[in-house]
Design a protein around this ligand. Structure first.
Ligand SMILES: [Zn+2]
Ligand SMILES: [Zn+2]
Ligand SMILES: [Zn+2]
Length: 146
């Protein structure tokens, strides 16, 4: 990961503003520029924290289920929870809020599934970022660094 140092926000504050008219001097760019990719990275990291499975804390690779209170679980964890509860002859419960969950009370969350599939993920060969739904195809067929 690269750490981009923040640009110095104070670099142009020493100009004498009130005595001179600058007539057609180029408009000073004083707006603080946040590097675009840094901003995205932060948003993506925040989204990863929001969209991850409540059980394994990974981004769900495929189907996403939710309890009736909206806590998310990836398909493998959801299946595991149900199977585990069946073994112990108990009702499965959401690990976050303890509401009972079952195959019929839980629902998919398609918006989360689609959002996750659009999040960038790193190619394990060339380290470039691709949307998760396109990464497999890239790694299997398109990557030059394989
Ligand atoms: Zn999981
Ligand atoms: Zn819950
Ligand atoms: Zn690649």
């Amino acid at each position: 990961m690269t750490d981009i140092p923040e640009s110095d926000p104070m670099s142009s504050s020493s100009e004498n503003k009130d005595s001179e008219m600058k007539d057609d001097a180029p408009v000073a760019k004083k707006r603080k520029l946040v590097p675009e990719n840094e901003q995205c990275e932060k948003l993506e990291q925040r989204l990863c924290g929001i969209l991850c499975c409540a059980v394994c804390l990974e981004l769900p690779p495929a189907a996403v289920y939710q309890c009736t209170n909206g806590h998310l679980m990836c398909a493998p964890c959801f299946t595991h929870l149900l199977a585990d509860a069946r073994l112990r002859d108990e009702a499965a419960t959401c690990p976050n809020c303890r509401v009972a969950i079952s195959a019929s009370s839980a629902s998919r969350n398609l918006a989360v599934e689609k959002t996750v599939s659009e999040l960038p993920s790193e190619c394990r060969f060339c380290a470039r970022l691709y949307p998760r739904h396109a990464l497999q195809h890239h790694e299997d067929n398109l990557c030059d660094e394989r």
